[in-house]
Design a protein around this ligand. Structure first.
Ligand code: BGC
Length: 435
């Protein structure tokens, strides 16, 4: 297992080189594995922007409505409510999905504001690959992260949202469409103007960065500011399977997803999939009698996605001599009543291998983007998402890998935790769009 899941520094460097080639290709024309989508956001905030905006933020696991008050001087006040997108909605019809969004906005305005009927502007964070034709217009290229509402694909998602809001007679105009990476970059730049890269490491993964206009060959319009944020959509990196060190478990996982063959980088890195990779490895080790021998099979472990990435976090956080918490996790969550210390050590090692591989691959992605924009002598990377924030050792493992790839220059790349940047960023982009 160690052999197949460890990613050597040679491999990391191969990945960086291949990603650099793919980034340049993606900036020249469409239909490469790195989509390099122009965000139409052509300036970063100064920190002086003011006003009140709504934001609607559809990520992976979370859906939020926020009201953001930009106070100037880089500070904001934000109130937000989270809502759950049910499994039925994730694979239902387009009207059901967008009506649900509009209903949540109605509820939010009624419950949290004094004058729900006054006109408001809204930024829409839609964290899926979107081909944008303007700051407030764009069509979904394909779903991922477990969503599958076919009739959304191809149409303008802003229009769909606006139509739903109009149907519910809500006095809100959608004025900006934003990916969560772009939102995070802009929101971090509000207080840290030298932020030039943003990364999401959560249910899904992706990165956006500030690119010089002259390098975006496929974008034919003039860019007066000389720069634009590019959404790399790095989750789909290496769909040609040239460089990523995929194991038989990655291939097995891929075959059972709603988007087989797609998003290989995301499937090796993000929170939606790590637990499932561990589950597949454990099933193999049980089958060969290497762990949990002599007891009844746990039916729970047979259920796809029953082993969550949050469980891996918990196991990796267990530093007790007997791995007692790991014992409880296996007992309570997975119905495996009797485990030896040896079993638990193996389970923890598998979590560590899969978790570490994810951190090292994402570091390779960051090294590639930082090299692409020539910022190895100093740049801030804003990072949001549960893996970076909550998974034990994740950020240290990333920093170690960055050091192996970039040597001393790695010290100039500052990885900073960004929180809730995507909603706030959408509001800021709505503000910048209104200028
Ligand atoms: C989506 C990206 C998004 C990322 C993080 C990926 O699945 O394709 O657009 O930025 O998840 O939420």
């Amino acid at each position: 297992m160690e052999d197949i899941f460890s990613v050597s520094v040679i491999k990391l460097n191969d990945i960086v080189r291949h990603m650099l080639v793919e980034m340049t290709r993606g900036l020249k024309e469409d239909n490469h594995s790195l989509k390099m989508l122009p965000s139409h956001v052509i300036k970063r905030p100064t920190g002086n922007e003011t006003g009140s905006y709504l934001a609607l933020d559809l990520g992976g696991s979370n859906f939020r409505v926020c009201e953001v008050i930009l106070e100037g001087n880089g500070s904001t006040r934000i109130q937000q409510r989270k809502y759950t997108v049910s499994a039925e909605l994730k694979s239902g019809t387009r009207e059901q999905l967008f009506d649900f969004f509009a209903d949540c906005v109605v509820r939010f305005l009624k419950e949290n504001t004094r004058d729900p009927d006054r006109p408001r502007k809204m930024g829409f964070t839609f964290s899926f690959p979107v081909w944008q034709t303007s700051i407030k217009q764009g069509s979904l290229i394909h779903w991922n992260k477990g969503f599958s509402v076919p009739s959304v694909q191809g149409g303008d998602v802003v229009q769909m949202l606006q139509d739903a809001l109009d149907r519910k007679k809500v006095n809100v105009t959608v004025t900006a469409l934003v990916n969560d990476t772009t939102g995070t970059l802009i929101s971090h730049a509000y207080s840290q103007p030298n932020t030039s890269i943003a990364v999401i490491l959560g249910t899904g993964t992706n990165a956006a960065y500030v690119e010089k206009a002259e390098n975006i060959f496929k974008y034919k319009q003039e860019i007066p500011t000389g720069e634009m944020i590019i959404n790399t959509e790095w989750g789909s990196f290496d769909e040609e399977f040239a460089v990523l060190p995929r194991t038989k478990y990655d291939r097995r996982l891929d075959r059972t997803t709603l988007n087989p063959g797609r998003m290989p980088f995301e499937k090796m890195i993000s929170g939606m999939y790590l637990g499932e990779i561990v589950r597949l490895v454990l099933l193999d080790l049980i089958r060969t009698g290497e762990i949990f021998s002599g007891q009844e099979r746990s039916l729970k472990l047979d259920v796809p996605y029953a082993f969550e990435t949050a469980t891996m976090s918990r196991i990796e956080r267990d530093h007790s001599i007997d791995l007692n918490d790991t014992k409880s996790v296996l007992q309570d969550l997975l119905d495996i009543p009797h485990t030896t210390l040896y079993d638990r050590i193996i389970v923890r090692s598998v979590c560590e291998l899969v978790g570490k591989r994810s951190a090292r691959l994402s570091a390779a992605g960051i090294a590639a983007v930082a090299t692409k924009i020539n910022c190895l002598n100093g740049c801030v990377v804003a990072i949001d998402g549960s893996l970076f924030e909550l998974y034990p050792h994740y950020s240290n493992r990333m920093r170690d890998a960055l050091g192996e790839i970039l040597g001393i220059s790695a010290e100039n790349i500052i990885l900073e935790q960004a929180r809730d940047g995507s909603g706030q960023g959408a509001a800021l982009i709505a503000a910048l769009a209104a200028e």
